[in-house]
Unconditional design. Structure first.
Lengths: 118, 443
């Protein structure tokens, strides 16, 4: 929030009454350093991850589409047991990484984030 | 910490591969075969069956089975009738159900709430996901295997999120994870013994009695504790038992920095073993694991529920490799569940940052007590099947079945509702506080 002219004049009057004539004059002139009340630091709002959400969402959709349009593959080859176990496990991990990251970005876009300590 | 996390992940996957004796699912029974039926001869009442290893067999259909009911060119599990002679089929179960839109939607919904619950209380979801998949048509073994395959990536994501919030004690998760895996082995051996000795009815009764006993005792205690904290407004303190155990100087003493506990490693052993045993028995180790870490080890509910996700990941990874090696994972169901549970688990995890510690206990206890009713309703039926009580009439049996199903639905719905309300209230309070802070700093 910017300091209003009223605030500036009020501060200048305070410094003048305290005998700080130079600081009061600086304030009235619109300049001043140490005497001027510091502006609270406004944190720059974090960028919303629109692009990464879109990319990850698309990748996730493609992965799901591939699995569900190849049902014969996943219910036959993926279930042969033994070393073929690598297929369902790696598919679950791969999709989870992409979809998990998409989910995280989606929640951020919706403004749902963990509480930060004040 | 990162290195420890990576070691945990690799250990979770390699451990079962390195130990041939650690086959949690056990050797598949010799008269159970997986493969595809390629031809049916209606006149001879025989089928041509190609096993997974490529071997082709001719099997005879039982009298009760109509040839029209045999699924052709679909992966099936065939059990043979040893008493009827060689190559005679007892049962044919289609392993991977036909997917429909309604089944897909049901799985998405169940996955979301199961994930929310997992992220918030560190466990749960599994006790509804397995029965939910079975009621949609998945055979029991496929439902359990698929649930495991869905559980470990979800637990990994949940662990990572809550680790970022500073809630996971990785060291405690690793120490308890090792004994939990041993507990899973014992639990499965016990299950197989009961199944072989008393059959399906005996196994169901065993599972249900354990469910009810643990959920009522532990759930009741946790509920009482949460109620005291909510009423009294006291800050959470370690239990008297935990404080006494922490004073025991029994080598090796371990310091768990995140849990803020210094305790003998021996104390974590029974908690870890019991977690694994329960996971193998009722599929939810966290119902012992989380209260165990709170009341025996002395961690807070926040840290206990977060750390449980790490243990769930290790057990889930272990079980998934073994079920995968048996060829029982239906990746379609696992992915459908994951599509919403991965979002739910993150939502539940961030929800914990907006609530007080006792809310986690309250949700956990509520779910446990409602599920106890659901399981308890099935016990009279199992007793009747074992001949331990007179048979139930159709009306009573139907009523108890419905009661069991709808209380399970109520458990999921109730937990989802409590978590959502607690999160929304917490977020609104946080936003109001932020506005006040901004106003004061600018005023």
């Amino acid at each position: 929030m910017a300091i209003t002219k009223f605030d500036q004049h009020a501060m200048a009057a305070t410094f003048a009454e305290a005998g700080e004539r130079d600081s009061a004059q600086e304030m009235l002139a619109g300049t001043g350093t140490g005497a001027q009340r510091k502006q609270p630091h406004k944190p720059t709002p974090a960028k919303k991850p629109y692009l990464s959400t879109l990319v990850l969402g698309t990748l996730s959709l493609v992965a799901y589409y591939y699995v569900f349009t190849n049902e014969k593959l996943v219910t036959d080859v993926f279930t042969r047991g033994g070393i073929y176990a690598i297929w369902p496990l790696s598919t679950a991990l791969f999709v989870s990484f992409i979809h998990g990251a998409f989910g995280s970005n989606l929640l951020s876009l919706l403004g749902l984030e963990a509480k930060k300590a004040h | 910490m990162r290195k420890l996390l990576i070691v945990l992940i690799i250990a979770g996957f390699l451990a079962p591969l390195l130990s041939s004796a650690a086959f949690a699912a056990g050797e598949p029974p010799k008269d159970l075969m997986k493969g595809i039926i390629t031809q049916v001869d209606a006149q001879q009442r025989t089928v041509s069956f190609t096993k997974d290893n490529g071997e082709v067999m001719t099997l005879t259909l039982p009298e009760k089975m109509a040839t029209a009911d045999v699924a052709i060119n679909k992966k099936v599990m065939i059990s043979l009738d040893k008493h009827a002679g060689p190559g005679v089929i007892k049962d044919v179960d289609q392993m991977f159900m036909d997917m429909t839109v309604s089944k897909g939607v049901a799985l998405l919904l169940v996955g979301l709430i199961g994930g929310l619950l997992s992220g918030f209380i560190g466990s749960g979801g599994a006790f509804v996901l397995t029965p939910a998949m079975m009621s949609l048509g998945a055979p029991g073994a496929v439902a359990v295997a698929t649930n495991m395959c869905h559980k470990f990536p979800k637990a990994l994501v949940g662990t990572y999120k809550r680790f970022k919030y500073g809630q996971v004690d990785l060291k405690l998760a690793a120490v308890m994870g090792v004994t939990a895996i041993i507990g899973v082995q014992f639990g499965i051996k016990m299950q197989k013994y009961i199944l072989n000795t008393y059959g399906n009815a005996g196994s169901n009764l065993y599972v249900s009695v354990i469910f009810v006993a643990v959920l009522v005792l532990v759930g009741g205690y946790v509920f009482f504790d949460a109620y005291k904290l909510a009423k009294g407004g006291d800050s959470e303190k370690a239990s008297k038992l935990a404080l006494r155990l922490q004073k025991m100087e029994l080598w090796p003493m371990m310091e768990f920095k995140v849990a803020k506990v210094r305790i003998s490693a021996w104390v974590t052993v029974p908690v870890g073993l019991a977690t694994g045993l329960l996971a193998a028995t009722i599929a939810v180790g966290g119902f012992i694991g989380v209260p165990g870490m709170i009341y025996v080890v002395g961690a807070s509910a926040m840290v206990a529920s977060a750390t449980e996700l790490g243990i769930a990941f290790m057990m889930g990874a272990w079980g998934s490799v073994q079920w995968g090696m048996s060829g029982l994972i239906d990746i379609r169901l696992a992915l459908l569940l994951l599509s919403t549970s991965l979002i739910g688990v993150q939502l539940g995890a961030l929800g914990t940052t907006y609530v007080k510690d006792y809310m986690i206990k309250l949700v956990m206890a509520s779910v446990m007590l409602v599920v106890a009713v659901s399981r308890g309703a099935m016990i009279p039926g199992y007793l009747a099947a074992l001949g331990l009580r007179e048979a139930l009439d159709k009306g009573t049996a139907g009523f108890l079945d419905s009661l069991s199903f709808w209380t399970l639905v109520a458990a999921l719905g109730l937990s989802g509702l409590i978590i959502t309300i607690a999160m929304v209230v917490g977020m609104m309070k946080d936003r109001a506080e932020k506005k006040m802070v901004t106003a004061v700093s600018h005023g």
